[in-house]
Design a binder for this molecule. Structure first.
Ligand code: DGT
Ligand code: CA
Length: 366
């Protein structure tokens, strides 16, 4: 008999704001907001995240800081600027701890990781529930942070399970319940169903994952193409064979900055990226890294962020290689988007030191 996989998605609650609470325990019961300040005026910028007390006032990721301040005017709220270095330190230590609980740990963002715990719980979902409780308790006791866990027989189910109950959640979806669990949820809960696909599916009268699961797969393929069509059909039926990929040292070096003025002008943008390249290049050289991937990260005036990457044929370590590729990526991006740009980032990743060794990208932490 093939043993069930047991996969967990661990996601820390209101991460940046919880990190702030960790070092300022007295603020815990107040609304806590962490923001990216653009520096133009005292309150310009956007909320990066907020604790659940602040969320009750409608303050959440992405809203302008001035609006957050207005909503929280009489609420004795506390505001912090993002402190990536500190959040990254917390993230590194919690990921290291979590690693002890799984055969494979795949970090997917600063505060989220998939854990394959099949062996640890002997493929048994009852044991998995107890094991997840233990992980939550241990992390709370050792680091003081709360987190949510979703458990399923694959990554897709674990992720959606985790999102269904936050903060401090623990949601177990047994393999035999997975299709039923997904069925009533909106189809845009599935990875890959963005606004455009959602509208197209709505036109086909597909609103829930259950609608999609029952829909004729040939028709889905006709509309969305073979790869995506099969993916949608499988995902809706709770099928996902993606393994939890163990990572070596996840690493990238990135630097992000805000422009003095929103602009669509390539020369002005390059002035900014040149500054960022100096810093990124300096750090990579200091560590003796060659890199295989160069990326730019772009936040438009509408606060929508995009990134563009290029993978080089050979690992490189020259500053000019970063500059040239950043230039090409930006030039191309400007032809695709008419919007002015507010923030820009540069990243190098895919490092090798002495021996070429592919490393995984860590995500941009904006
Ligand atoms: P959660 O998981 O719903 O309890 O809340 P968070 O805050 O942990 O949200 P999550 O897991 O989506 O993101 C992890 C961290 O990433 C979050 O603490 C701050 C950062 N982040 C998330 N969304 C945004 C955003 O829209 N803008 C910026 N600047 N940062 C964000
Ligand atoms: Ca989180």
């Amino acid at each position: 008999m093939v043993q069930n996989r047991v996969v967990m998605l661990v996601d820390f609650d209101y991460f940046f704001a919880q990190c702030e609470e960790l070092r300022n325990p007295l603020i815990k019961d107040k609304p806590v907001v962490v923001g990216v300040y653009s520096g133009r005026t005292e309150d310009s910028g956007a909320v990066s995240t907020s604790n659940y007390v602040a969320r009750r006032y409608g303050v959440k990721s992405g809203i302008p800081i001035f609006l957050a301040k207005r909503n929280l005017e009489c609420a004795d709220a506390v505001f912090f600027p993002v402190d990536h270095k500190y959040y990254k330190q917390v993230s590194d230590s919690i990921m290291q701890l979590l690693n002890n609980y799984a055969s494979n740990l795949e970090q997917v963002s600063i505060d989220e990781a998939y854990l394959d715990v099949t062996l640890q719980v002997e493929g048994n979902f009852e044991k998995a529930q107890i094991y997840a409780q233990k992980i939550k308790q241990d992390i709370k006791a050792q680091v003081g942070l709360s987190l949510s866990i979703g458990i399923g027989s694959n990554k897709l189910v674990a992720k959606i399970a985790c999102d269904s109950q936050k903060p401090d959640g623990l949601t177990l979806v047994r393999p035999e319940e997975a299709i039923k669990f997904l069925a009533p949820l909106s189809v845009d809960k599935l990875l890959g169903v963005g606004k455009k696909t959602f509208t197209r599916m709505e036109q086909m009268d597909i609103k829930t994952i259950g609608d999609l699961a029952k829909f004729d797969v040939q028709q889905i393929i006709e509309v969305f193409g073979k790869t995506l069509g099969i993916y949608f059909h499988n995902a809706a039926n709770a099928i996902d064979n993606e393994p939890v990929v163990k990572q070596c040292e996840a690493e990238s070096i990135s630097k992000i900055g805000t422009l003095k003025q929103d602009t669509h002008d390539l020369e002005l943008l390059l002035q900014k990226t040149d500054e960022l390249v100096e810093i990124v290049y300096g750090e990579a050289t200091e560590k003796g890294y060659s890199f295989k991937t160069v990326s730019v990260y772009i936040v438009n005036v509408d606060l929508v962020s995009k990134s563009r990457s290029v993978t080089l044929e050979q690992p490189a370590k020259d500053k000019e290689v970063i500059k040239r590729n950043v230039h090409l990526l930006l030039e191309k991006y400007l032809t695709e988007s008419p919007l002015k740009i507010r923030r820009l980032g540069v990243r190098v990743s895919g490092f090798s030191k002495k021996q070429p060794q592919q490393k995984q990208l860590s995500s941009f932490f904006v």
